[in-house]
Design a protein around this ligand. Sequence first.
Ligand SMILES: C[S@@+](CC[C@H](N)C(=O)[O-])C[C@H]1O[C@@H](n2cnc3c(N)ncnc32)[C@H](O)[C@@H]1O
Length: 389
Amino acid sequence: MQPQSIALLGRQPALGIAELESLYGADVLHPLGEGLVLIDMHHSEIDFKRLGGSVKLGKILTQLDTNDWKKITEYMTKNVPKHLDEFPEGKLRLGLNAIGIKASVNDINRSGLQLKKAIKNAGRSVRVVPNKENELNSAQTLHNQLTGPTGLEMAAIKEGTKTILAQITQVQDIDAYAKRDQARPKRDAKVGMLPPKLAQTIINLAAPTSDATVLDPFCGTGVVLQEALLMGFAAYGTDLEPRMIEYTDENLAWLTSDTSVKAPYTTAVGDATAFTWQKFDVIAGETYLGRPFSNPPDEKTLRDVMQDVDTIHKKFLRNVASQTEPGTRLCIAVPAWFVRGRTYHLKTLDSLEELGYTRMSFVHARNEDLVYHRENQVVGRELVVITRK
Ligand SMILES: C[S@@+](CC[C@H](N)C(=O)[O-])C[C@H]1O[C@@H](n2cnc3c(N)ncnc32)[C@H](O)[C@@H]1O
């Protein structure tokens, strides 16, 4: 089968690729490098809204035997006007991306004007969204409704000596993510702010379907539970701190006051190293990350924190192993420390086999790249996908 779709991945492409591989399998994916992946699936078969690691999705229209932007522009100028009656009435909006193709922002904006002229000559009015860079960002795509019925966002993508021409059909709804993140009644900077997109990726790595109960045993303010409910999962959250369970309850009551969110949820106060859970199918969540650091700690402090966090994780994983069937899958975001140019991984990761788990590996992403980390951040989050042996 030929690739029919292309995903434009987020800031950390390995996370987006692993997520797609978890949902759709390795065989349909063909990473192109530079944060792009071709997918042998029709774009309508891809549940884009649940993807945390893909920024845009496009349907592949054709492949051209050139990388020359002038020739690509000529092709679009000739062919776009032939398809105008596929759009409903009204002013069209046009956007362009040149990905990996040699073209300056000026070149792209000139091509936009050339296309505008051709579209006008064919009897339709059109507004071109000006490029500030070679690619339009999500806000430009979203706010100009380029993926809407009268929008046309084209992406020319270099693939070796050829160019893939795609139409962008989906874009991440950054406004909805911001609302989910910021409008919740309870937030807590101390337990860290898990971005909703990362919560989605964690859930997708734990549970490729939606027919399951997702347990987050370190649920904090409930971001993972919130995203699980929005994806149609039943959600179950526990946390050591009664205050955190109050926060989660308030946040989930706010979320489910919108009656479109129908999946059920349960919460309880419980120490993940000893608690006996009710029935659940998968575990997805961010574990205890240890002390937050705004500056790199000295060696002794780092060693002490790592030791403390390691003990909790080992006890937690033993507790889970004693209550689950073989095959039960977990995706946990655990701490990784970035101190003076070195990355320190959680020691527990060296004992997963002894603890009763097998670490999953991905065909198209390396486990060591599945770390969510911003520059200058001391504590990053390593995404670990394991199954009970
Ligand atoms: C990094 S935060 C998780 C934040 C969460 N993802 C959210 O959306 O707010 C870790 C949480 O683990 C909890 N915790 C720490 N030790 C625990 C334990 N032994 N059992 C259960 N929860 C624990 C803390 O109270 C904290 O809420």
